[in-house]
Write a protein that binds this ligand. Structure first.
Ligand SMILES: Cc1cc2nc3c(=O)[nH]c(=O)nc-3n(C[C@H](O)[C@H](O)[C@H](O)COP(=O)(O)OP(=O)(O)OC[C@H]3O[C@@H](n4cnc5c(N)ncnc54)[C@H](O)[C@@H]3O)c2cc1C
Length: 398
């Protein structure tokens, strides 16, 4: 089977790349290989479903530029294809004096990133947006929205196929062989020959990259995020989205309240080391994958530096009372009984050998292979922009 471009991974990033390639070059022969029987079954289908505005990210970083461009592209796409979304806005809430400096940094970053109408909020003004929140100050971000990324990804897939692209489901990639001017991608069922391969395998992107890059300096460490849902009778407590001030040492945003586009309110996610890359339950364990995380020198450095935070997250994972306590910081009225167990998602977070959790998106290029090796949040929001960037890198090779 001969193709111009072979994409591995049917999440938001792989599908958006496929879509952008066929948007730009309708005659290109593109195939996307996905190991599951449906698209968007991992990070893209199990996340907070927030359309991020770009307020948090360091100006000039790939996260900032792709989030802001991707935001506009995503909204245009949703409008054009009738995908429901809601630009409901959000508040970021400081609950102690020590959080105020980073709240100010977030406000400055948002302004430098070009966000309009960001508003600093006093305690009283916070209550006007979210009457049940307890904070000493906040920032209102009007651009933030909500959507269902599974629906978005399914629509990417539909349009890509209408434009002549092929999606092969149930095709797990197990090997990649480089030829002089070609690449052979081997799955459990077949072999596909192409000119270029793009790796968008999310939680397994390091594994696919390592098939052609012996010197890979990163490992994907899986962090599970667990959610609770608010009982229907308590949904009135949350009007839009309520976020804490994140810990600047970590790439996660902290447990938050999120209204859903189809109704209901989610609370979470926390961030605990997953004992299996696609381990959505606490009991899921894969000894080989866990052993690999623990043996990675970079992860050991992260764990020894931040063990206290890690233990706290782990405790919150097992104790509903502790999870409730974290939420009560933002909203004291919430009680344990108000929370119903929800789903979970697993983040693919790249960690380098030296002990850095890679903060920015990371794309590694070779002649015949482009690896998207770190695409954590806000990569769903940014997917059409990342997809366009990768499509441009591909087209430079033709
Ligand atoms: C808990 C949580 C909350 C988040 N909240 C948000 C949010 O609110 N807003 C936001 O913008 N982002 C959010 N994110 C981040 C966002 O979900 C991801 O950045 C984005 O979905 C990444 O897309 P992807 O295509 O790279 O990965 P994925 O969606 O994981 O897709 C990768 C695909 O590759 C396939 N694959 C893997 N290995 C192989 C193989 N060997 N052969 C074939 N196929 C393979 C997988 O089956 C999978 O379908 C969140 C993530 C999590 C986990």
């Amino acid at each position: 089977m001969q193709y111009d471009v072979i994409i591995v991974g049917g999440g938001a990033v792989g599908l958006a790349t496929a879509l952008q390639l066929t948007n730009q070059n309708p005659s290109l022969k593109v195939v996307l290989l996905e190991k599951e029987s449906v698209v968007a079954n991992h990070q893209t289908g199990n996340n907070s479903n927030v359309i991020h505005s770009g307020v948090y990210y360091k100006p000039g970083s790939l996260k900032a530029t792709n989030c802001i461009r991707g935001y506009t592209m995503l909204i245009d796409f949703c409008r054009k294809h009738n995908v429901p979304f809601d630009l409901c806005g959000k508040v970021i809430v400081a609950t102690s004096e020590s959080e105020l400096p980073f709240l100010n940094t977030i406000m400055e970053r948002g302004q430098l990133n070009g966000l309009q109408n960001l508003k600093k909020l006093t305690q009283g003004q916070l209550k006007e947006y979210e009457p049940h929140v307890a904070g000493i100050a906040g920032v209102h971000v009007p651009q933030t929205g909500i959507v269902d990324y599974r629906v978005v990804a399914e629509k990417y897939a539909e349009v890509f196929q209408k434009q002549g692209g092929e999606i092969k489901l149930g095709e797990k990639v197990i090997d990649v062989q480089l030829g002089k001017d070609s690449v052979v991608v081997v799955t459990q069922k077949a072999s596909y020959t192409g000119k270029i391969m793009v790796n968008c395998a999310g939680l397994y992107s390091d594994k696919i990259a390592a098939l052609t890059r012996r010197d890979l300096n990163i490992k994907i460490i899986p962090f599970r995020g667990e959610y609770y849902k608010l009982k229907k009778e308590k949904e009135y407590l949350v009007k839009t989205l309520i976020y804490p001030v994140p810990d600047p040492n970590f790439p996660f945003l902290g447990v938050h309240f999120t209204t859903m586009v189809g109704g209901g309110v989610e609370c979470g996610p926390n961030a605990v080391l997953a004992f299996k890359r696609e381990g959505y339950k606490k009991s899921d364990i894969n000894l080989a994958e866990l052993g690999e995380s623990l043996a990675w020198p970079g992860f050991r450095k992260v764990a020894s530096k931040y063990w206290r935070t890690g233990m706290g997250e782990m405790y919150r994972s097992f104790s509903k009372a502790a999870f409730t306590k974290a939420l009560q910081k933002l909203m004291p009225e919430i009680q344990e009984d108000d929370l119903i167990e929800g789903g979970a998602g697993v983040r693919a977070q790249a960690c380098d050998r030296e002990g850095g959790l890679v903060d920015d998106f990371l794309i590694l290029e070779d002649k015949q292979v482009i690896n998207v090796c770190n695409a954590p949040s806000p990569a769903a929001t940014s997917s059409l922009s990342i997809g366009e960037t990768v499509a441009n890198l591909v087209m430079k090779r033709f």
